[in-house]
Design a protein around this ligand. Structure first.
Ligand SMILES: Nc1ncnc2c1ncn2[C@@H]1O[C@H](COP(=O)(O)OP(=O)(O)O)[C@@H](O)[C@H]1O
Ligand SMILES: [Mg+2]
Length: 283
C-alpha cells in the first residue's frame, strides 16, 4: 500500500507517526514535503495518482488543506480531508457546524462592527471571551470583563488587525475551574483524553497548562465523537470545558498534536492514527 505523508517541518509527532508507518510491513510511505511541492492544475502532478491514501500533517493549515485537495482530485482518501481542515481552521464555521448538530458549546456569536459587538456582549453578559477566528495555542484570546475593555479590544482588532480580525468572534466566559479537557477522536471513537490544568483561564499546554489523564466516560465519548462528525470526521482533537450544565465543546482541531499525551494516557495514539489511515485507504 502506498501512503502519502503530507508534511512541512517534521516534529516529534510526525517522527512518531513515520516510525509507526514503518512498523507496518505492507506500507510504502512516501513523504510529500510542502516546501518542495509544486501544484499544477494542468496534470503535472500525475505522480500523486499513485497513492492509495494519505495523511496530512503540515503545521500551517493552509498548505495542508490545498495539498489534500489536489490528492483528493485523484480520488485518494486523505485524512483529514481538505474540507475538514478548512472547517476546523475557522472557528466561525466550526461553531456553526456544532450548533447545526445540536452539540453544546458556550453561547457564541459573531459581529462585524464595534456597535454590534457591544450589543452581542450585553446580550451574553460580561465577562465574554474574544478569539481570533483563525489561530491556535491559545494565542490572542481575550477575556473581557466590561464595556471599556471590549471597546478597546474591538477597536484594536478592527483598526490594526489583518482582515481575519474584522470578524469579532465572541463567547460567554465559562467558569470551568482550573482545567479543560482535550479528547482525541479517531474515526468513531474517543481513544484517549487529557485534562489540561492551569492557574490561568487559558489552559493550552503551549501556554503552560499541565496534562493529566482524563478517563473517557460514555458522556465524553458521546459528545467528542459527535463534535468530530459534525465537522466531517477523521482524526480530531476536541477541546471541551466542564460547565455548570455539563460538557461544552470549545473547538475542534484538525492536525492534532499528541506527543505529550501518549505517556499521560497510556494509549498508543500514533498506532490508532496509522491503523485508521490504512483502513480508510482505497483497496
Ligand atoms: N468561552 C470560554 N470560557 C472559558 N475559557 C475558555 C473559553 N474559550 C476558551 N477558553 C480557554 O482557552 C483555551 C483556548 O481556547 P480555544 O478556543 O481552544 O483556542 P485555541 O485554538 O487557541 O486553542 C481553552 O482550552 C480554554 O482553556
Ligand atoms: Mg484549543
Amino acid at each position: 500500500m502506498k501512503i502519502g505523508f503530507i508534511h512541512s517541518l517534521i516534529r516529534k509527532d510526525e517522527k512518531l507517526l513515520i516510525a509507526e508507518f514503518n512498523r507496518r510491513t505492507n506500507v510504502d510511505l512516501v513523504r510529500i514535503d510542502s516546501r518542495q511541492f509544486l501544484g499544477d492544475f494542468d496534470g503535472m502532478n500525475a505522480s500523486l495518482e499513485q497513492f492509495d491514501g494519505a495523511i496530512e500533517r503540515t503545521i500551517g493549515m493552509t498548505e495542508g488543506r490545498y495539498m489534500a485537495m489536489m490528492l483528493e482530485g485523484y480520488g485518494i482518501p486523505v485524512i483529514n480531508s481538505s474540507e475538514v481542515i478548512a472547517i476546523c481552521g475557522d472557528k466561525v464555521t466550526t461553531s456553526f457546524r456544532l450548533s447545526q448538530s445540536g452539540i453544546s458549546q458556550p453561547q457564541t456569536g459573531i459581529a462585524f462592527s464595534a456597535e454590534s459587538a457591544m450589543d452581542l456582549a450585553e446580550r451574553m453578559g460580561f465577562p465574554v471571551v474574544i478569539k481570533p477566528i483563525v489561530g491556535s495555542w491559545g494565542r490572542l484570546l481575550a477575556k473581557i470583563n466590561d464595556r471599556d475593555a471590549l471597546e478597546a479590544i474591538v477597536e484594536h482588532k478592527l483598526r490594526l488587525g489583518n482582515f481575519t480580525h474584522s470578524v469579532i468572534y465572541m463567547q460567554s466566559f465559562i467558569e470551568k475551574g482550573n482545567r479543560d479537557i482535550r479528547a482525541f477522536v479517531v474515526g468513531d471513537q474517543c481513544i484517549a483524553a487529557i485534562y489540561r490544568e492551569s492557574e490561568h483561564w487559558v489552559t493550552n499546554t503551549a501556554r503552560g497548562g499541565k496534562a493529566f489523564n482524563c478517563p473517557v466516560t460514555d458522556e465524553l465519548n458521546d459528545i467528542a465523537t459527535r463534535a468530530a462528525s459534525s465537522v466531517g470526521g477523521g482524526i480530531l482533537a476536541v477541546d471541551l470545558m466542564e460547565s455548570q450544565d455539563g460538557l461544552v465543546v470549545t473547538e475542534v482541531n484538525a492536525t492534532m498534536e499528541f506527543k505529550n499525551s501518549i505517556k499521560t494516557t497510556g494509549v498508543n495514539i500514533p498506532a490508532h492514527i496509522v491503523s485508521f489511515v490504512l483502513e480508510e485507504a482505497r483497496a
